[in-house]
Design a protein around this ligand. Sequence first.
Ligand SMILES: Cc1ncc(COP(=O)(O)O)c(C=O)c1O
Length: 439
Amino acid sequence: MDHNLTQSQLDAYWMPFTGNRQFKKDPRIIVAADGHYFTDDQGRQIFDGLSGLWTCGLGHRVPGIIEAISNQAHDLDYSPAFQFGHPKAFQLAERITEFMPEGLNRVFYCGSGSESVETSLKIARGYWRIQGQPTKTRLIGRGKGYHGVNFGGISVGGIGANRATFGEALNTDHLRHTWLPENHFSRGMPEQGAELADEMLEIIALHDASNIAAVIVEPMAGSGGVFPPPIGYLQRLRKICDDHNILLIFDEVICGLGRMGARTGAEAFGVTPDILTIAKQVTNGSVPLGATIVRQDIYEAFMATGAPEYALEMPHGYTYSGHPLACSAGLAALQVLDDTDAIQQVAKTAPYFESSIHSLANCRHVVDIRNYGLAAGLTLEAYPGEPLRRPYEVAMEMWRKGFYIRYGGDTLQLGLPFFVTEEEIDSLTNALGETLGTA
Ligand SMILES: Cc1ncc(COP(=O)(O)O)c(C=O)c1O
């Protein structure tokens, strides 16, 4: 197959979250993938150090998933999402609830993580309105939080660069992020910082709980740089939400379905939210699908407004909500997760990965290393006035060496495949150590 792209083909595509000008001068083109490796257009094998974009924990080209998608494409390529249904959407919804914490058992589909977040924020506001508390509209996020790129998501999101270009968003408040200097180089959950959850009390004092709908956090913040929650932090946030009648939303687009060595971040950290979002891993990245899962009584509240049964209970949804290909892929991916004990495997490999990644602590420019499950983040010392440059340079050198890792802001991020071997971990860590150099 000819993989050579013309300049006008390169020019035509405005790439997302990419330095387009640099990329188009020196394209990095992936043409195939299998297991833990990509093949680039030069025929090189490249280790996938972020499981796609935190999507493909089960590796690439998983036989059961390929088969499910191709069979589905033959049988039913699309079915209208509104007012009509197809069997796999219902089957997958029930299957998803088996992976969720007790009580979260109603599933709303969408096409991406960003949409799952928007859906969660709208459900939270709608819920209070139908409960007769229409002033409960304010949404609270957290510094360094990433909740996708739509207007609700960037409003509660806590990454300034993702907001700055786009002007005014929703009027929200933010808890402080949990990245404390005293926790640098923590292994797993940091010891200090549970009290940062109490910032919620200050926000409540400012606005009053009667005006606050929900607080949304990632159990472990991912794209902002991999920040596991301080011990006790999520418990404290849960209690404050309970005491003040505020909904707690966990954005588990990265944490959900295995990455933390548990079915969800909620399970890993022992706290159950009222609403939980997933995407990415639910189809192992093979077909876009997101979902927002809510407590049954939240769903029931929408059903019990007294409106006629033919009326819409919630005027919200997407053309691709519960797309047949996505639902087939989801059913297959969750089956493989179960059949292969992939989640237990993540928990088993996590300690080895932790020791390996922390062996880079003395490398040049490394300011902090954090990890949980099969996720890790490294913060690098910035070039003066150029905070984004060093991680980019390191990631490019890693690509040259045959490793794909993610760079974002002043961090490098790793999200290894669930069945990564110790040899693969060693070779990735060695290559990264060599690239960073030692102090
Ligand atoms: C926690 C979290 N929420 C939302 C999103 C947005 O997902 P998507 O890019 O599928 O819209 C992401 C993507 O990385 C994420 O990590």
